[in-house]
Design a protein around this ligand. Structure first.
Ligand code: ASP
Length: 321
């Protein structure tokens, strides 16, 4: 049984660790959950070695980086999102600004970009040389051999709970590597990639957007927490049920990984892959990176050890050849 806490922050993947650790300090000092969530996500967007989010994100099949991001305020239920945008430094900040708009709060492509630039958000070429090298390599290994180019998943999703019991959630991604131009996944879609209601809790997803959206999975987890399930029960049961429904219909299910937190700072995680990493900190739980896996219907997790962390760092900075 987890102890409850008056603030907390949880994020998909190891890549959010540095950001959530800094944001944890902000929350401990009674800062707002919106600021904390945005801080953690922009930290990931700005780091060039994370190849699935922001600067350094991997391009679509035409070699262009198209970014999706979203923000939701759990007090007001306001949502802001943008999809398929090019060359904006911090899409998540634009999403938060959009959440404050009464109309036109979910925007795509050039219209979203123009609006962001008019608001003074920073323009930045987001394709790095390294991402380009990954692109060339991936084409060589898949498309050139007649194989499917789609692989991997790594959206950053951050949930923050502040001492005023306000919850915020934010996502940012370059989406599925080698996606078709214009393809949009779950990450900017309310209820699928994220959902937050400060009266209950919040959830956020990473994995195959096309499958995550079939279950409106983030909303479903929050709904189950609202029905009285613990965060862990809500996450495990919703992900399991979605996977069964996908298996019944298709005989397969894509990667589905979720984190959630209720408004008492108790968190949950569910995944159908091995070694899904996530990062969490609360007032009663030091900032930690965990690795999650599933046994039967239940997700288990253990703290990432130094060997895993070293191998991770080597992998993300290795020369692309
Ligand atoms: N969920 C994202 C998408 O489908 C991918 C990811 O999590 O990396 O766009």
């Amino acid at each position: 049984m987890q102890s409850s806490s008056n603030w907390g922050i949880i994020a998909t993947w190891r890549m959010a660790y540095e950001g959530i650790s800094e944001s944890a300090q902000m929350l401990a000092e009674d800062q707002d959950s919106t600021r904390a969530a945005l801080h953690a996500v922009t930290r990931v967007e700005d780091y060039p070695y994370y190849k699935s989010v922001g600067y350094g994100g991997l391009p679509n099949e035409c070699g262009e980086v198209e970014l999706d991001a979203a923000f939701m305020n759990g007090d007001t239920l306001a949502v802001g999102a943008l999809a398929g945008v090019k060359d904006l430094a911090n899409p998540v900040l634009v999403a938060e600004a959009l959440s404050r708009e009464r109309f036109n709060s979910f925007m795509v492509g050039e219209g979203a970009r123009e609006w962001a630039l008019r608001q003074g958000f920073e323009e930045k070429p987001m394709l790095t040389e390294r991402a380009q090298q990954h692109y060339v390599k991936r084409r060589r290994e898949t498309i050139d051999r007649g194989l499917s180019p789609y692989a991997g998943h790594d959206t950053v999703g951050v949930i923050a709970l502040d001492q005023q019991r306000k919850m915020s959630v934010a996502t940012s991604t370059s989406g599925l590597f080698m996606k078709r131009p214009g393809r949009v996944g779950d990450s900017p879609v309310s209820g699928s990639g994220f959902y937050a209601d400060s009266h209950i809790g919040a959830a956020t997803a990473t994995g195959l957007g096309e499958d995550l959206m079939k279950g409106c999975i983030s909303y479903e987890i929050v709904r189950r927490m609202g029905d009285g399930l613990s965060a862990q029960q809500a996450a495990d049961s919703a992900v399991w049920d979605l996977e069964q429904r996908l298996l019944e219909r298709y005989g397969r299910a894509g990667d589905l990984s979720l984190v959630c937190m209720n408004n008492r700072g108790e968190f949950g995680v569910a995944t159908n892959i091995d070694n899904f990493s996530f990062s969490v900190a609360t007032a009663t739980h030091p900032s930690t990176i965990y690795l999650a896996w599933r046994e039967g219907k239940r997700t288990h997790y253990r703290e990432a050890d130094q060997e895993w962390l070293d191998a991770y760092q080597d992998r993300i900075t290795a020369v692309v050849s």
